[in-house]
Design a protein around this ligand. Sequence first.
Ligand code: PPS
Length: 250
Amino acid sequence: MPRSGTTWMEAIVYSTLQKGRAFDDDFDDFLARTPFLEQHGSQGIETMRQPGSIKTHLPLNIIPQHPQAKYIYVVRNPKDMCTSFYRFVRTIPGVAHSDDPFDTYFDLFLGGQVTYGDYFDHLLQAWSRKNEPNILFVVYEDIKKDIRSVIRRVATFLDVELSDELIERIALVTSFDYMKNAKYNERLSEKNHGHILQPRAVVRKGEIGDWRTLMSEEQSRRLDARFKEATHGNQELSTLWDEYNIFEDK
Ligand code: PPS
């Protein structure tokens, strides 16, 4: 899903596969191993350097499935995802909704009318497949809470053995402070969008709860209700963000 830490996961996967090398040690190598499907198309995938990872925000059910491919799905709570997505589209003149006020955008988000469609359809689709052996389901907030344990999960999933020292190194070179570096952000903008966006558009704030800076209480309550409705009857999913103080009313 967009604005949910996919770039972060790309950097973690890259460093895991490259024995601790940081994405910016050789940025061209990073680019060659991490095509973005929506930007680079099938040609980008065919010519990519391997091993690598293909980034996409598309829902799992419309991504081509290959028995030898592994799929890492990163999800973020809908309030921060919506907020981050809105702030992001505002930085790209001419893109859908970049001129809309947040209130309009929020209604479209809730109605599943923004780019990449309905958040809840996207999530439920991935959730229903999360126990398949070639799928790793990762929660953005859990990476923030304990990046080392997520690095271990990714390494196990990719059949890579990592020493404690390498885990420390990967945690360092994928930390927010490391990744927010402006130069890197510029190049990431180029990679993902073909041109440079505003400074720090891709790696921006990286916080849990930034939605509070934009969303009204009424909007927050409406999203609480939508979350409750969408996850009704699914105990595990409905409590996924319990420790992060996102939803008021469950
Ligand atoms: S994109 O542009 O749609 O591909 O966005 P995506 O990479 O999926 O997600 C961008 C958000 O992830 C945050 N981010 C990070 N947070 C914590 N630590 C690290 N290392 C990190 N890297 C990226 C980024 O800041 C975006 O969230 P917001 O809330 O906008 O800051």
